[in-house]
Design a protein around this ligand. Structure first.
Ligand SMILES: [Zn+2]
Length: 375
């Protein structure tokens, strides 16, 4: 029997990790465009809105009235999408903790990037304030709204003695931070998900290490964010060309903060920054076959098809009749919406794929439409 795939179009909604970029350019405009695409094809998306950024804007808005204007518009765009049926869930980048603002769009973020490096009471305070903020905002539209799904900033969710217990204490039903097969070793982010015990279907996690599947039913479920095998040498060259063009452009820009912001080397692994390092990193990634995250903003249509073929293979192999699959997207990185639109249209035509929001997946876990496995 062909399993039914419940595909969640999930988007991490935020500016750059170092706080650069204009929220109007990186968040508000592209969210409206994406929502229009979803609406035109009759599906509903899910936005993991990064709340620490918004709380930083709110906390400094008395001193800097321009921050209030943007924070108000942030709420307006989120409410607008929510009213049209799209889901809003929690995403947290702790580097915004105690952020300071220097005016003219310049933020100084000094917090640690990984939530795992904070003591339990601070993790709980950050997650609780994010959840409360979203629930206060969205219950104005739907009194039954609840924050049920969590994605950690920069995927940092395991191992940790505190994060999963905190999430379950606060009423989260599932976490979507695990991306099997990736590994990061940068000054800001250290994580190793190369040996995850479940890379595809929902599972009950070891409460101290979400990379492992628990032997028993636990108070929270993990659903991995989908990954697929690296796209091979031909596409490696395409990526290399893009990367070189980007580096060349970066070397010619002035120090004036641009509206799209500037990424630092946060995602270049040790030894893989600079031009030579970039080549080394790409070769390692594509020749050794590191996993590709199913992040629509980073994929062209051919790669999306490859991703979907892999999802169908894994779904068939899982033996499940119905399986939720979590995609990723970064509104801030979308340059070309036409590939995403083409992909959405193909999904809508497919008999074996239904689009689902994160809240619908939570409902499905509650009423056993979806099953989570134990070890
Ligand atoms: Zn993020």
């Amino acid at each position: 029997m062909q399993p039914v795939i419940y595909l969640a179009f999930v988007d991490d909604w935020e500016v750059r990790g170092n706080g650069t970029g204009d929220p109007r350019v990186l968040q508000f405009e592209p969210m409206r465009k994406l929502v229009n695409i979803f609406n035109a094809h009759g599906i509903r998306g899910s936005f993991n809105v990064e709340v620490m950024q918004q709380l930083a804007y709110r906390s400094l808005q008395e001193r800097f009235p321009e921050l209030k204007v943007i924070a108000d518009e942030w709420e307006q765009v989120v409410l607008e999408s929510f009213r049209q049926g799209h889901d809003i869930q929690l995403h947290l980048h702790p580097q915004w903790r105690d952020a300071t603002y220097e005016g003219h769009g310049n933020w100084k973020l000094s917090g640690d990037w990984s939530i795992l490096n904070y003591p339990k009471h601070e993790i709980k305070a950050m997650v609780a304030s994010g959840k409360q903020y979203l629930e206060n905002l969205l219950r104005k539209v739907n009194p039954a709204y609840a924050c049920v799904s969590f994605r950690a900033g920069a995927w940092c969710a395991a191992p940790s003695d505190s994060l999963l217990p905190v999430l379950s204490e606060l009423g989260f039903l599932f976490d979507i931070s695990i991306v099997a097969g990736i590994k990061c070793d940068t000054p800001q982010i250290k994580l190793d998900y190369t040996r995850c015990e479940e890379s595809f279907a929902p599972y009950y996690p070891d409460m101290r290490d979400a990379r492992r599947v628990s032997r028993s039913v636990e108070p929270i479920v993990c659903i991995p964010t989908n990954t697929f095998p690296g796209p091979g040498l031909a596409l490696a060259f395409m990526k290399l060309r893009q990367r070189i063009q980007k580096l060349a452009k970066r070397n010619t820009v002035t120090t004036k903060p641009s509206s799209r912001g500037r990424s630092g080397d946060e995602w270049s692994n040790k030894g893989d920054s600079g031009a030579l390092g970039t080549i080394r990193g790409l070769l390692k990634r594509y020749l050794i076959g590191q996993s590709e995250i199913s992040d629509l903003a980073q994929l062209n249509y051919a790669m999306m098809r490859r991703m979907m073929a892999n999802i169908r293979r894994q779904a068939a192999r899982s033996g499940l009749a119905r399986v939720p699959v979590i995609l990723e997207n970064h509104t801030k990185d979308i340059h070309d919406f036409s590939d995403i639109e083409r992909f959405v249209a193909a999904v809508v035509r497919s008999q074996d794929v239904k689009a689902a929001t994160l809240t619908e997946i939570a409902d499905g876990l509650r009423n056993s439409t979806f099953k989570a496995r134990t070890a």
